[in-house]
Write a protein that binds this ligand. Structure first.
Ligand code: FEO
Ligand code: CA
Ligand code: CA
Ligand code: CA
Length: 593
């Protein structure tokens, strides 16, 4: 109950203020160390970074652009080692105007050359790096056997699950409908209980030109935002990125992709059983009966929150047998009722409205057009579902609903209570217990709003937190989140272009989820100017917090030559560079105390 008065947070750090500065900032007594930047070496034979002389070939071995999700995987696999592990990182998108000299944001569609497009393609995807902490300081281990770039340009992936091989995913380059070159717009993600990563394909629409007018895919593509107005010029140079030439290509994106960071030889799998939409993230939990649940949201205004429950069971002692779990199970979508009940509506081909009468002729049709199917079964339209994470201590589930300024007063409901929701809110979902353990396969949960973001001193914001939240501690636009080993919630924010209006930096806020400090958010880390905050991820001991500084300098009229910040190098010869930052406490203790 966020209204509980009195008491204090268990979080012992001193808050920072909300000023926007060129550099990042962290609470006193902590150190924020830049670990790796766009262009740094990942694969052993990578060339040194030269921003004025880029190539796709070089970029495909270097750290990619716009780091988002960060997953820490201990070494050796299966251990709890907090000083040595792998980082799996997403490279969500590129800022053409900040990557290349002489281009503006608009030039991303018109003026980019084919060579620049190929470099952008290589800058999308993922990186796996080996990292080690020595004498309190993190470093990237060079020439690691795990070091690996995955990109849109270079990495072949397998379509697996019910959609694999279906006619609607066949293309000229892949008449089998089972092999896809690359992954796109990998936003956040999650780790599975068996130590693989799910990387979430989000805004895949913005890379495709054309409309596929007159084909049976036109309506489908429109529903996902492919309307002949791409943000990138890729379709000018590559036929596969033009849906008038290759109408099925977008059906091969918008999936959760499973990658095994411990096995560089294993081809990534697009797990189609979990549906196709603008996946933000994937939060996993093992159920009392051994099945596994994956929570995932569709980040667009009025879209939905989902969960997938596997048919098979997780076997902790047999890693190999878990690798196929995500190909078979049931996809559900959330319906939030006004009485505080959350109902999970199954989306099963042939049941309810998901029949040929509504244009669904197979399981694959339901999964390719997940949005349309979810609407038909009666899901609740949400205010942009971003990250969903399971609290490892309580088993409760938290969803970041980042904002939705398009919601009208008539559309406001119990779960999305504010019209013109500019600041977003955090949803708490409470599964019932079975044998003393949270059951993420139960048909119904309870739900509650954990906080309504915005400035609590401004009644017009309609914010709701713990009453002791300070002028520094309120937040805007929750995006990703993580839990520390004590089960406290750490929220990262992304105001997007609203940052200039709100005049506060993005960053990391932390709060207790129970007790007298519940929903008493405190400001811990601030990003540099125009950067959003992504990837919060703790080591198992809670002594390191990795964060991703995404798109520093992505401001109005900010370019390679005249950026709004030159984070993190502050060198006139260097444009701003998205970077991974490792935060530790100077006395070596747990983050947050
Ligand atoms: Fe890529 Fe939903 O943010
Ligand atoms: Ca983002
Ligand atoms: Ca995000
Ligand atoms: Ca966001």
């Amino acid at each position: 109950n966020p209204g509980v008065a009195g008491g204090k947070s268990t979080l012992g750090f001193t808050e920072i203020d909300k000023t926007i500065t060129d550099n990042h900032r962290v609470a006193p007594g902590y150190t924020a160390q830049v670990l790796i930047r766009w262009g740094d070496k990942v694969e052993p034979r990578a060339e040194a970074f030269d921003p004025r002389n880029q190539s796709a070939w070089a970029q495909a071995k270097q750290f990619g652009y716009n780091n988002d999700y960060v997953g820490y995987l201990p070494l050796p696999a299966g251990s709890n080692n907090s000083d040595h592990g792998l980082l799996f990182v997403n490279h969500e998108y590129t800022n053409t105007e900040l990557m290349f000299p002489g281009l503006t944001e608009k030039d991303a569609q018109d003026k980019v050359t084919k060579a620049q497009v190929e470099t952008e393609m290589a800058a999308h995807g993922n990186s796996v790096i080996e990292v080690k902490k020595e004498n309190g300081k993190w470093r990237v281990v060079q020439n690691s056997i795990y070091a690996r770039r995955i990109s849109f340009l270079t990495t072949e992936m397998m379509l697996s699950g019910p959609v694999a091989g279906h006619d609607r995913v066949k293309t000229k380059a892949d008449p089998t409908g089972t092999r896809v070159l690359g992954t796109l717009n990998n936003c956040a993600g999650g780790k599975t209980p068996w130590g693989t990563v799910l990387t979430a394909e989000e805004n895949f629409h913005q890379y495709f030109s054309g409309t596929a007018a007159g084909t049976k895919e036109a309506e489908n593509h429109k529903m996902y935002g492919i309307e002949g107005k791409p943000a990138y010029g890729w379709g000018k140079h590559f036929d596969r990125m033009n849906v008038d030439k290759e109408p099925n290509e977008p059906n091969r994106f918008g999936w959760l992709v499973e990658v095994d960071p411990y096995d560089p030889t294993l081809m990534p799998r697009k797990r189609t059983a979990m549906g196709r939409f603008k996946h933000e993230a994937a939060g996993c939990a093992v159920n009392p009966d051994g099945t596994v649940t994956v929570y995932t949201g569709d980040d667009e205004r009025f879209q939905y929150l989902y969960r997938f429950v596997t048919k098979g069971k997780y076997h902790p002692e047999d890693r190999q047998s878990n690798l196929g779990l995500l190909d078979d199970g049931t996809l559900y979508v959330a319906k939030f009722e006004a009485d505080g009940t959350l109902r999970w509506l199954p989306m099963i081909y042939g049941q309810g409205p998901l029949t040929p009468a509504n244009g669904f002729h197979s399981v694959a049709d339901v999964l390719i057009e997940t949005r349309r199917a979810a609407k038909l079964v009666g899901a609740t339209s949400m205010d942009r579902p971003e990250d969903v994470e399971v609290n490892p201590v309580t088993g409760n589930v938290y969803a970041m609903l980042t904002n939705n300024t398009k919601r009208t007063a008539e559309q406001a409901d119990a779960a999305n209570p504010r019209a013109k929701n500019a600041y977003g809110h955090v949803m708490e979902m409470i599964p019932p217990a079975k044998n003393g353990k949270a059951d993420h396969s139960a048909p119904a949960y309870q739900w509650d709003i954990f906080l309504l973001a915005g400035d609590p001193s401004k009644p017009e914001h309609g914010a709701k937190y713990h009453p002791d939240v300070s002028t520094n501690g309120w937040l805007a636009c929750p995006d990703n989140c993580a839990f520390d080993p004590k089960g406290r919630l750490w929220i990262s924010t992304d105001q997007g272009s609203e940052q200039a209006k709100n005049k506060i930096s993005d960053g990391i806020y932390a709060a207790d989820v129970s007790g007298p400090g519940r929903a008493l958010t405190k400001f811990f880390y601030a990003t540099p100017r125009d950067a959003e905050m992504c990837g919060p991820e703790f080591t198992p001991d809670g002594k390191t917090l990795f964060v991703a500084v995404q798109h520093p300098g992505e401001g109005k009229d900010s370019t390679f030559d005249k950026p709004s910040t030159r984070f993190p190098d502050f060198n006139e010869a260097m444009p701003p560079r998205p970077s991974i930052v490792a935060i530790t406490r100077n006395d070596g203790g747990e983050i947050g105390g």
